[in-house]
Design a binder for this molecule. Sequence first.
Ligand code: 5RP
Length: 235
Amino acid sequence: MKTAGGAAGAKRRAGERAAREVEDGFVVGLGTGSTTAYAIEAIGELVADGLEIQGIPTSYQSRQLALEVGIPLTSLDAVENVDLAIDGADQVVDDPDSPAHGALIKGGGAAHTREKLVDAAAGRFVVVADPSKLADRLERSVPLEVLPAAHSVVADRVRDLGGEPSLREAERKDGPIVTDNGNLVLDCEFGPIDDPDELASTLSSVPGVVEHGLFVDLADATYVGTDDGVEAREY
Ligand code: 5RP
C-alpha cells in the first residue's frame, strides 16, 4: 500500500473511503484523475479479494488503470444501470447555505464529457477531493470540450457571454490537447460564478460545445480527505 502525506495522503483517504461503498454485483463508474486513481486501486484490491463488480471507465487513463488492477470492464450501452460512480473534481461548492452547494467544476483532465455521461447515469455519484478543491462559490475556469472546427466560433460566443476563453495547450505535444473523443478544450474564465445552473444551461446551448465542465445537481456526496481522516458531505 502507498503511504502519502499532504495532498496525496488526503486524496488517498478520500479515494479509499469511496471505494468502501462498492458492493458485490455493482456496476461502478470509474472517474478520472489522481484522486479517483486511489479509489480505482482500492477497488482493484477488493476485486482481488473476490468482490465481483464491473467498472465503466470515463477515460483512457481510468481504463488503463482499471485493467492494470484487474477490474472487469463494461460500457454504458451494455448495462441496465450504474449503481455508483466515483469521480474527482477541480472545485466543489462547500457552502450549505448556497443553492449551488455540491456543484462542481470538472475537466482538469479533459475527461468531463464521458465523466458527466457516466456520473449522471449513476444511482449514486460520489465525489472524492482534497480540501484544496473546496470553495464558497465556483470561480475556476470552466473547460468546454468543443468540436475542432468550432473552437473559434465558440470562443467568440464565450467572449459575448463575458468569459475569456483560451485553447488548452498540450504539454509534450506541439499545439492543443486533443481529448479522448478527438475534440479540443477551451478553458473559459468567467470570474466568480453566482449562478452555475444558469451558466450551465447557456453553455449547453452553444453550437459546437460538446460538453462543459459544470456539474450542477449531479453529486450525491463528497468525501474530503484530510490530514488524518475523511469528512463526508451528503447533498
Ligand atoms: C478530469 C477531472 C478530474 O476528476 C479533476 O481534474 C480532478 O483531478 P485530480 O483528482 O487529479 O485533482 O475532472 O477531467
